[in-house]
Design a protein around this ligand. Structure first.
Ligand SMILES: NC(=O)c1ccc[n+]([C@@H]2O[C@H](COP(=O)([O-])OP(=O)(O)OC[C@H]3O[C@@H](n4cnc5c(N)ncnc54)[C@H](O)[C@@H]3O)[C@@H](O)[C@H]2O)c1
Length: 463
C-alpha cells in the first residue's frame, strides 16, 4: 500500500484497529502523523461563548431509548416553569417515540411532532425553524453527524457521551461550532454529581494545595445489559466491544478531573499511553448465555495514563466486563489533601511533620468538610428539585436545569465544545496506543492554543 493510502486508511480509530503492524518505530511515526494530518484550523473563540438569551427554549430530542427517556423526565420541572417547550421527538422505533410522547403529555399540553419512519427521519427535526436546541441520545456512531447537522441548521446541541469516536470528527465538531457560533455541549452528567462538585469546590478553595495526580474511571459491570436482546437497540453497544479495544467511556471519570485541573483553562492534556488487559469476562458471559458473538476485541480492563502540560498525571480506567462494584474512583492527590471515592474518604495533611499521618479523616471531621464545602448549586437545586425525578441521584436534573437556565439567561454553558471534544478524544487515542503496544501519543491541541489563557471555569455561577 502507498504511504498516503496507508495513512488515509488509518483515519478513524475503527479503520485503524485491524491493520497489521510490523515495526513499532514505523507505527509510532505513522500514528502521530495520522493524528497531525487530521488537524483543522480552529481558533478557540467558543471559550466564554454566550448566545442571545432564549426565554423559552424550544427543544427536539433524537433517541428515546434508555437515556433519552431519563433525559425527557428531567424536563418536567422546566416545562412546568415555562423555561422550555418540547417541539419534536425522533427515534427509528415508532413504539419508543409514541411512549415518549405519552409521557410528555403528562407535563405539556402541546403535542410534539414525531419522526420515526426511517433512519434519516431525524434530519427533518434538525432542519425545522422552530427548534433552538437538539438533544442527542443515540448510539455513539451517530453523535457527531447528528451534532454537526444540527449546528449547520442553526441549532444548539446537547449530546450524550462521548460526542465523537475518532479524531477527525473531533476537529469537525470544533470547526463547525466556531463557524456556526452554536453551543455544542456534551452532556457529561457526572460533572454535576454532588461528590464531584464538593471536590471541585474544595479544589477551587485551595483545600488540596497544588494537585499532582488524579484518577478516574468507569468500572461498571454491564455484561447482562450488553448481552440482553433488547436493552440496547440492536445490541449496538455489544458490537463496539466485539470490534474495538481501548477506553470507550472516558468522560464520566475524566470530565470532573478536567474541571479539577483546569483543562483548557490554563492546562491541557499533553500525551498519553494506554494498555488493555486480555479479554475474558464478557466472552465467558456470552458463552454462558449462548450468545452468537463469543469473541470480543475489547480487553476487560483498560488503563490509560495521561500527562498534562503542567506536569500532572491522570490514571483513567475502563472495565465494563468484570463483576465488581461500580466505581468512578474520583481520586485527587494534592500537596495538602487527598480524596478517594467509592466510598468517599478525605485525608488532610497536618501542618507540621509530627501531624503527618496515614489516616483518612474521622467521620465527624469528614462531615464538617462535607458541609463546609458543599457546592452552592447543590444547596440551591436540592430544594428546587424536590418532588421531581432526579436521574442518577440528582446529577441529571442539575445538568439539564443548568443547560436550559444558561440558555434562558444567554450566558456560557458549563461544558463547551472544547471540553466535549478533549474528554472524548481520549477514546480513539487510547485505541491507537493500545494497538501500537502502548506507544506514547501526543494529544492534539484542540483549543487553537487558547488553553494557555486562564479562561474562567464557567460552571456553576449561581443561577
Ligand atoms: N450519561 C449517562 O449517564 C448515560 C447513561 C446511559 C446512556 N448514555 C448514553 O446515551 C446514549 C444512548 O444510550 P442508550 O442506553 O439510551 O441506548 P438505547 O439503545 O436504549 O437508545 C438509543 C436510541 O437511539 C435510537 N436510534 C438509533 N438510530 C437512530 C436514528 N438513526 N434516528 C433516531 N433514533 C435512532 C434507538 O432506536 C434507541 O431508541 C449513548 O451514547 C450512551 O453512551 C449516557
Amino acid at each position: 500500500m502507498q504511504r498516503k493510502d496507508f495513512l488515509q486508511s488509518l483515519i478513524g480509530a475503527s479503520a485503524f484497529i485491524g491493520l497489521p503492524f510490523t515495526t513499532i518505530g514505523a507505527v509510532n511515526t505513522s500514528i502521530q502523523e495520522l493524528i497531525n494530518n487530521t488537524k483543522r484550523a480552529v481558533n478557540g473563540n467558543m471559550f466564554g461563548f454566550a448566545a442571545d438569551p432564549i426565554k423559552k427554549v424550544r427543544v427536539g430530542i433524537i433517541g428515546l431509548g434508555n437515556r433519552g427517556n431519563t433525559l425527557l423526565e428531567m424536563f418536567q420541572y422546566l416545562l412546568e416553569n415555562e423555561m422550555v417547550e418540547i417541539i419534536a421527538l425522533s427515534d427509528i422505533s415508532e413504539e419508543k417515540v409514541n411512549k415518549a410522547a405519552e409521557k410528555l403529555a403528562l407535563w405539556q399540553s402541546e403535542k410534539p411532532t414525531l419522526y420515526y419512519k426511517s433512519k434519516t427521519e431525524w434530519e427533518k427535526l434538525t432542519t425545522r425553524d422552530d427548534i433552538d436546541l437538539v438533544i442527542i441520545a443515540t448510539p455513539w456512531d451517530l453523535h457527531t453527524p447528528m451534532a454537526i447537522h444540527s449546528m449547520e441548521n442553526g441549532k444548539h446541541v446537547g449530546c450524550e457521551v462521548p460526542i465523537a469516536s475518532n479524531i477527525e470528527d473531533c476537529w469537525k465538531l470544533i470547526e463547525t461550532a466556531e463557524r456556526t457560533q452554536k453551543h455544542c455541549m456534551m452532556m457529561e452528567n457526572c460533572n454535576y454529581n454532588e461528590e464531584e462538585l464538593w471536590v471541585l469546590n474544595m479544589v477551587q478553595e485551595g483545600v488540596f494545595g497544588d494537585i499532582t495526580h488524579t484518577e478516574g474511571a468507569y468500572l461498571h459491570d454491564l455484561r447482562a445489559l450488553l448481552l440482553h436482546d433488547t436493552y440496547y437497540e440492536g445490541q449496538w453497544r455489544l458490537h463496539e466491544h466485539a470490534e474495538r479495544d481501548g477506553n470507550f467511556y472516558t468522560t464520566h471519570g475524566l470530565g470532573p478531573i478536567a474541571y479539577y485541573l483546569n483543562i483548557g483553562r490554563g492546562d491541557t492534556f499533553a500525551h498519553l499511553t494506554s494498555m488493555s488487559s486480555r479479554e475474558l469476562n464478557l466472552s465467558l458471559a456470552a458463552k454462558q448465555a449462548g450468545h452468537p458473538i463469543q469473541n470480543y476485541k475489547c480487553g476487560d480492563m483498560n488503563n490509560t495514563l495521561i500527562k498534562t502540560e503542567k506536569g500532572k498525571s491522570i490514571l483513567l480506567q475502563f472495565d465494563v466486563h468484570t463483576g465488581r462494584p461500580y466505581s468512578r474512583i474520583n481520586k485527587v492527590v494534592g500537596t495538602k489533601a487527598v480524596h478517594d471515592g467509592y466510598p468517599s474518604r478525605l485525608y488532610i495533611e497536618g501542618e507540621k511533620p509530627e501531624y503527618w499521618g496515614h489516616n483518612w479523616l474521622e467521620e465527624k471531621e469528614y462531615n464538617e468538610y462535607k458541609s463546609k464545602y458543599q457546592h452552592p448549586i447543590i444547596k440551591k437545586l436540592k430544594a428546587v428539585s424536590q418532588g421531581f425525578k432526579q436521574g442518577h441521584g440528582g446529577m441529571d436534573f442539575i445538568m439539564i436545569y443548568r443547560m436550559i437556565k444558561c440558555l434562558n439567561l444567554g450566558i456560557p454553558l458549563d461544558i463547551n465544545v472544547y471540553d466535549s471534544v478533549m474528554w472524548s478524544a481520549i477514546t480513539p487515542l487510547s485505541e491507537l496506543s493500545v494497538a501500537a503496544n502502548s506507544q506514547s501519543i501526543i494529544i492534539p491541541d484542540f483549543t487553537g492554543g487558547t488553553w494557555k489563557n486562564e479562561n474562567p471555569l464557567e460552571i456553576m455561577k449561581e443561577v
